[in-house]
Design a protein around this ligand. Sequence first.
Ligand code: ATP
Length: 314
Amino acid sequence: MTVSTTVTVRVPAKVNLQLAVGPRREDGFHALVNVFHAVSLFDEVTVKEAPPRQDFGLATLTASGGTRVDLAGVPLDATNLAARAAALLAEETGKGSPVEIHLDKRIPVAGGMAGGSADAAAALVACDRLWGCGLPQTDLMDLAARLGSDVPFPLMGGTAVGTGRGEILEPLVAPGRYRWVFALSSRGLSTARVFGEYDRLRPDAPAPRPSPAMEEALASGDAASLGAALTNDLERAALSLRPDLARVLAAGREAGALGALVSGSGPTCAFLVGDEDSPKAGGIEAEVVRALEAAGADSCVPAGSGDVLGATVV
Ligand code: ATP
């Protein structure tokens, strides 16, 4: 295997097509059925060999981002999920050496699109290559699950259902390719707060179940069926904390979106506008963007999905 001194990994954001949330478990996590779907909105994580410096530990971090990304919420210390991923890999393999990690972020921060988890997955892949560890994908997936429930999926990409606390992944048959518009919000929403609000609103939440309608819609590749099957149990809690998002969701639906939902714990809202190859999707996309901007969305980002790879060395 070639060992390089700099490695860059591109990693996608996710939208949850179905998020069914059960009651809080004894370990503090919630039982989930979580259909993850990778979308073509990417962060790039670059790791570079650094000279040993006693005062900085294993990793030093820098970050850059597009105009829509608020970098103020990204910690540049050992608590960053990318730094934690590097530290875990070093500990497990004994092969770690000091690295500079640069995060080029396009995934909104605290936006419900798992940007931090994506960076952690990318850092695992990048450091594995930089340090010449050569871990098999299954071992990287195990380390990812130890870092967080949302970290394994961005290693995999495509479409998958997560059970347990969301970290036990099974790929789903999903041959369709779709177009989306994401309405981003300049203020993030804390995932922990949204789960707390969910517990308050649903103290009697039943055990989460897979949705046959979702699995059939994905297998058929039909955008209208997929739009009708989108569900997110956290949506009510997110709207309770951010009532302004209800107007954004309604505006996108009225403008012709085939389906709309809060992405994960929000505040990003996702609008399915059609099949990737459908000539109609372009028109719906333009209408939806106009309506979302008029309804007060801070910015709108189009993205594709259906054939989006997980964390990949570029
Ligand atoms: P999820 O969809 O998994 O709930 P999210 O997309 O809502 O996550 P993230 O962008 O992953 O949220 O960030 C959540 C918090 O994690 C941030 O507010 C920040 O404090 C912390 N964090 C740690 N590492 C990172 C990172 N690499 N990028 C962004 N945030 C990070």
